[in-house]
Design a protein around this ligand. Structure first.
Ligand code: NI
Length: 160
């Protein structure tokens, strides 16, 4: 298990576009393993490579039903709309409301370079869109129509 330091949104690197992955080698496998370890350690549901300092087009997602690795992903279609709360491991303590598609179909490669297509709905669709944005240097805060205030965050804490 190897944890990597999470890049904060204040760092310029997080806002840069990532490059496609061409080699499906040991280096990629170690990167993906470390990304998953780092995500789980931080109680996140998704993590993009740029968030651990690697400008490569891959991310990992686990919303509680198992890990999926996406290498060189492409969103093929977006359907519907959902509005909900989002946060990011690169923006600790901050949450905002973001409108995302209700359903997305994604094409991506796995760690061996094999292509797969996946259709995701609800929170999984949200997580995929959030991570996909990271590959182009975008953060959820750019997309949020409302960022929660301190008072709103306190009220949310009391709910659970
Ligand atoms: Ni994020």
């Amino acid at each position: 298990m190897a944890l990597r330091k999470i890049v904060n949104e204040k760092e310029e690197l997080l806002h840069k576009p990532s490059r496609p992955i061409e080699k499906f080698d040991l280096r990629l496998r170690i990167l993906l393993d470390d990304m998953a370890d780092t995500m789980y350690e931080s109680d996140g549901v998704g993590l993009a490579a740029v968030q651990v300092g690697a400008l490569r087009r891959c991310f990992v997602v686990d919303i509680g039903d198992g890990l999926t690795e996406f290498v060189n992903p492409e969103i093929l279609s977006r359907e519907g709309e959902q509005d909900g709360l989002e946060g990011c491991l690169s923006s600790p303590g901050e949450f905002g409301l973001v409108v995302r598609p209700m359903k997305v179909t994604v094409k991506a490669q796995n760690r061996k370079g094999e292509w797969f297509t996946l259709t995701a709905e609800d929170f999984m669709a949200r997580a995929i869109c959030h991570e996909y944005d990271h590959l182009d240097g975008h953060t959820f805060k750019e997309r949020a129509h409302h960022m929660l205030s301190k008072a709103e965050l306190d009220a949310l804490d009391k709910e659970d």
